[in-house]
Design a protein around this ligand. Structure first.
Ligand code: PLP
Length: 394
C-alpha cells in the first residue's frame, strides 16, 4: 500500500504511540484530582502545553487550549470571538476555506452576520486588495487558512495580519493552520495571529485531539461549558494520552521540519515533474512556488477523478480527488472552482499528499504506474477529438 493522502490523515508515529501508552495503562488518573496519583497526568498536560507553546511560538503556555480536533478549534475560535463581542456583525473569510469553517459561516449568515468571501487567482493566491477593501471598523473577525488542504497553497499570513491591524486594530485574526502544522514553521507572534487552530492527526498524532491558540489579549466565550478545565475556555476532562501524543508529534515535527522542507519536497517535486512530463493531458492546478512541501494537485483533462482513484486503488495507491472529498457528492471542489480550473480538468483532479514516511521507491512506483492508468482511462474517454488536439499541442 502506498499512502499519498496525508492531508486527509497521517499514520501515527510509533514514538507518539509509545509516549501515549503510560497514560492509558498506569497513569490513568484525572489530571484535575488532588491526590499524588494524578501528578503524572497533570504534569503530562503541563509539559504538553509547554511543547505546544514552543511549536507555535506562543508567549505563554496559558494561551494553549486542548480540543478534540481542528473543527472544534475553529468553531471555538470563531463562535468564541463573535459571542464575546456581539456588537460587531461583519466577518471576512476566503472562498477556499475548509468546510469546518465555511459551513459555520453559512450558518452565521442565517443568524444575521454579513460574511465577505475573498477570492483567489488561478494559482490559488489570495486577492489581498479585495481583502483590504473589505475590512471596516465593524469587522469582528478575519479568518484565513494558513495552507490549503486541497492545493497546499500557502497564504501570506504576516502580510494579512499587517493589513488587518493597520485598517482595524480591534478586528481579531483567526488562522486555520491544520494543514500547515508540521510542514512549515508556525510562529504566532511573528505573524501577528490572535487565534490559531491545529489538529493532531495531520502531523502523525491520533485522530481526536487538537489545539487552539488564543493570545492573552483575545477574550472568547467558551463553546463547551461545564467544569473549569482549560482555564474555563473548554470544559471536559482532558484526554491526557492523546494530548501527550500530540505533544510528542509536535516535538517530532519541530525536529523534522528541515526534512519536510527538503526531502519530502524533493519527492513531491519528482512525482509532479514526472507526471507533468509523461502524461500529455495533465496540468498543475497551482503555481509551483508558495506551497507546503508535501502536496501537489494535478488535473487530468477529459477523464474522471473517481475512475483514476479506483485504478490507483487497485494498484495499492491512495490519494484524493478534488470532488467528493467530504460529502460524497460529485460536485467539483469549491477550491478548484474558486481558482477557475478549466471544467475539462476539474473533474479529473487528483491531490497527492506525501509525508516523512513516503519513500523514493514508492514515488518511483507511482511515477511508473500513473501514465499506464491515465492511458487506460483516456482510451475509453468520449472526448477522443479533444484529447488528440491536446496531444498534438504538447
Ligand atoms: N482545516 C483544514 C484546512 C483541514 O484540512 C481539516 C481537515 O481536513 C480541518 C480543518 C478539520 O480538522 P479535523 O478533521 O481535525 O476536524
Amino acid at each position: 500500500m502506498i499512502y499519498l493522502d496525508n492531508n486527509a490523515t497521517t499514520k501515527i508515529d510509533e514514538r507518539v504511540l509509545d509516549a501515549m501508552m503510560p497514560y492509558f495503562k498506569e497513569e490513568y488518573a484525572n489530571p484535575s484530582s488532588m491526590y499524588n496519583f494524578s501528578k503524572k497526568a497533570s504534569n503530562a498536560l503541563k509539559e504538553a502545553r509547554g511543547v505546544l507553546k514552543d511549536f507555535l511560538n506562543a508567549k505563554d503556555e496559558k494561551e494553549i487550549i486542548f480540543t478534540s480536533c481542528g473543527s472544534e478549534s475553529a468553531n471555538t475560535a470563531i463562535k468564541g470571538v463573535l459571542n464575546y463581542n456581539k456588537s460587531k456583525k461583519h466577518i471576512i473569510t476566503t472562498k477556499v476555506e475548509h468546510p469546518c469553517v465555511l459551513n459555520l459561516y453559512q450558518t452565521l449568515e442565517k443568524q444575521g452576520y454579513k460574511v465577505d468571501y475573498i477570492g483567489v487567482n488561478s494559482n490559488g493566491d489570495l486577492d489581498l486588495e479585495q481583502l483590504e477593501a473589505a475590512i471596516t471598523p465593524d469587522t469582528a473577525l478575519v479568518s484565513v487558512m494558513w495552507a490549503n488542504n486541497e492545493t497546499g497553497v500557502i497564504f501570506p499570513i504576516k502580510k494579512i495580519s499587517e493589513i488587518i491591524k493597520s485598517k482595524s486594530p480591534d478586528t481579531k485574526f483567526f488562522v486555520d493552520a491544520v494543514q500547515a502544522a508540521g510542514k512549515i514553521p508556525l510562529d504566532v507572534q511573528e505573524n501577528g495571529i490572535d487565534l490559531l487552530g491545529i489538529s493532531g492527526h495531520k502531523f502523525h498524532a491520533p485522530k481526536g485531539v487538537g489545539a487552539l491558540y488564543v493570545n492573552s489579549k483575545t477574550l472568547i466565550t467558551p463553546l463547551i461549558v461545564g467544569g473549569h478545565q482549560e482555564r474555563g475556555k473548554r470544559a471536559g476532562t482532558e484526554n491526557v494520552p492523546y494530548i501527550a501524543g500530540m505533544a510528542k508529534a509536535a516535538e517530532l515535527a519541530m525536529d523534522g521540519l528541515k526534512y519536510e522542507l527538503t526531502e519530502v519536497k524533493r519527492l513531491r517535486d519528482k512525482l509532479e515533474k514526472n507526471i507533468l512530463k509523461n502524461i500529455y493531458n495533465s496540468r498543475l492546478n497551482t503555481g509551483v512556488s508558495n506551497r507546503v512541501p508535501n502536496t501537489t494537485n494535478i488535473g487530468f483533462e477529459y477523464v474522471e477523478g473517481e475512475l483514476i482513484l479506483l485504478h490507483m486503488s487497485d494498484l495499492g495507491i491512495c490519494a484524493s480527488s478534488g470532488s467528493a472529498c467530504t460529502s460524497g457528492s460529485l460536485e467539483p471542489s469549491h477550491v478548484l472552482r474558486a481558482m477557475n480550473v478549466p471544467f475539462t480538468a476539474i473533474h479529473g483532479s487528483i491531490r497527492f499528499s506525501l509525508s516523512r514516511f513516503t519513500t523514493e521507491k514508492e514515488i518511483d512506483y507511482v511515477c511508473e504506474k500513473m501514465p499506464e492508468i491515465i492511458e487506460k482511462i483516456t482510451a475509453i474517454s468520449p472526448y477522443q477529438e479533444e484529447l488528440a488536439a491536446l496531444k498534438a499541442h504538447k
